[in-house]
Ligand binder design. Structure first.
Ligand code: GAP
Length: 508
């Protein structure tokens, strides 16, 4: 059986081979943790963004969208707390000169203990066969209890130290756990230091007294600083939301796992402005709504789980992640945060402008509280790809790689394929193509044997292949092949637009 690591590698090379994702500036050997989206990648990415945008801005009458600039006044980042607190704890190994996130070293150590638990379960399942009761085993096995206790102790100590900026204890924890540098194998660690993740640059010519600006590390602040503009012009009142999709930049120390953690990435964020005191009700509402959105894509529920935060960010009074089962384990895909009135109050204080709402029903003014939903487009892309990628052995002994991308997100919805390149079949196929491309991204392909063309479409996740053969010229019918089942049906050309539209329609 292929291990998850092998699958992950296969997904990365498939992404490149089939024009989904390329390393940035590849002819110059790439740029670390920066990627470009290719011809199919951009389609899938755009479809993910459209699906999110429609679910938020179109399906909720009280959510409107904006598109704020990436550059913002530098004081925004002072007010938001990013200048002072948006940092990761860094540690260097003195022998290899490699730099690590101290908390990630500890989390990797915890992951190894979790692996041991999984191994115990697999071993026991083999031993007990059909009688094996996994949840009972997890509850009663002594060794597993020890492992779990160890994880809990380590997590508690790490969370306390992080919360209290006790970097000496984080270093001590690394030493106590005997964590070694994966490169040098030594335990020769420096002190732990804080490293700010924002990219800074200069705006204006230096002679004019250029000022330092930042590339935004989250899109949310563009929403907060426009709160009053939207509230005054948008005829909205709490509860209401502002949605935005856009680029964000973070100078990540540990940039790895392909597009999971990038230095330039895209976020889809929505800030929901509510009455103070109602934020935790709305927080629960949005947790549920966002999980529903994920499940509406048809990906099995067991691939998702909530992780409630114990260590809260400086702005939150409740927070949870929706985690996804990536090939490298369950990891954060989306965050739902109850951000209180932290951001609006801070901007009010730093800008000197009132950011309040006069609630006529209550006959009082208040700074609205905010519940945020925040998901990375690229992470969502990776989740879809990890779920979709499958290597299959077929009944005839051949193999195929198929991307079972939810049809509504598939880069190409249908491929139109004349069986042969002559006898008027290409002309007929072109006629069909001209009709279908009015509504959908379609592809015409007449090169190679039909089987190879099916494989090419499977590999990019095209839900439908439409084959035009000699009989088509007589009865105006085509063969339509469905990607996942490979089932083939004969249908009238006039029915094609409806069939494809029904299958690929975005549903919520
Ligand atoms: N405004 C809140 C905020 O930015 P976050 O948890 O730091 O919260 C939200 O980020 C989401 O953005 C994450 O759940 C993840 O999907 C995505 N994200 C964050 N950092 C990322 C990175 N370096 N590369 C790719 N996606 C990232």
């Amino acid at each position: 059986m292929i291990q998850n690591e092998d699958i992950f590698k296969a997904i990365i090379s498939h992404s490149k081979e089939y024009g989904f994702i390329f390393p940035s500036s590849e002819i110059y050997d790439g740029l670390s943790a920066v990627y470009d989206y290719g011809q199919y990648g951009v389609e899938l990415k755009n479809n993910i963004k459209t699906y999110w945008w429609k679910a938020m801005a179109q399906m909720h009458e009280n959510i409107v969208g904006i598109d704020a600039a990436i550059f913002m006044h530098p004081t925004v980042w002072k007010a938001s707390g990013h200048v002072d607190a948006f940092s990761d704890p860094l540690i260097d190994n003195k022998d290899s000169k490699k730099r690590y996130r101290a908390d990630v070293l500890i989390e990797d150590y915890i992951a190894k203990i979790e692996e041991k638990i999984n191994k115990e379960v697999t071993k026991a399942a083999k031993r007990f066969g059909a009688d094996f009761d996994e949840s009972m085993f997890l509850q009663t096995n002594g060794r597993i209890a020890e492992y779990r206790k160890k994880i809990e102790d380590i997590s508690n100590r790490m969370n306390r130290a992080l919360n209290e900026n006790d970097f000496e204890d984080i270093r001590q924890l690394i030493i106590d756990l005997e964590i070694v540098c994966p490169v040098s194998g030594s335990r020769n660690w420096t002190d732990v230091r804080q490293f700010n993740l924002m990219f800074a640059t200069q705006m204006g010519a230096a002679a004019d007294g250029a000022s330092q600006v930042y590339l935004r590390p989250e899109t949310a602040q563009g929403i907060f600083v426009n709160y009053l503009n939207v509230q005054k012009t948008g005829r909205v009142k709490p509860p209401f939301g502002i949605a935005q999709i856009g680029k964000a930049f973070r100078n990540e120390i540990v940039a790895r796992q392909f597009i999971f953690r990038m230095r330039e990435f895209e976020q889809m964020e929505m800030q929901y402005f509510v009455r103070p005191g109602e934020e935790l009700t709305w927080y629960e509402y949005w947790k549920e709504q966002r999980m529903k959105w994920h499940l509406s894509l048809g990906i099995p529920a067991e691939k998702y789980r909530f992780h409630n935060h114990e260590k809260l960010a400086h702005y939150a009074n409740a927070a949870a992640d929706i985690e996804f089962a990536f090939p490298f384990g369950f990891k954060e895909l989306e965050g739902i945060h109850s951000r209180t009135d932290f951001d609006l109050s801070a901007h009010q204080q730093y800008s000197g402008k009132k950011l309040q709402y006069f609630d006529q029903e209550l006959n009082e003014s208040y700074v609205p509280y905010v519940v945020e939903t925040s998901i990375g487009v690229d992470r969502m892309f990776l989740a879809i790809l990890s779920h979709a990628y499958q290597e299959e052995k077929l009944e005839d002994g051949s193999e195929r790689v198929v991307l079972r991308i939810p049809p509504m997100l598939a880069p190409v919805k249908a491929a139109v394929l004349p069986l042969v390149k002559k006898d008027g079949l290409p002309e007929k196929a072109r006629e069909i193509m001209d009709i279908l491309k009015q509504d959908h991204m379609c592809q015409y392909d007449e090169k190679d044997a039909i089987g190879r063309r099916y494989r090419r479409q499977d590999a990019i996740g095209t839900p439908y292949c439409i084959t035009v053969d000699h009989q088509t010229l007589e009865d105006n019918c085509v063969t339509i092949r469905e990607r996942d089942s490979m089932r083939q049906d004969r249908i009238a050309i006039e029915k094609l637009p409806q069939i494809i539209s029904d299958k690929v329609k975005m549903k919520f």
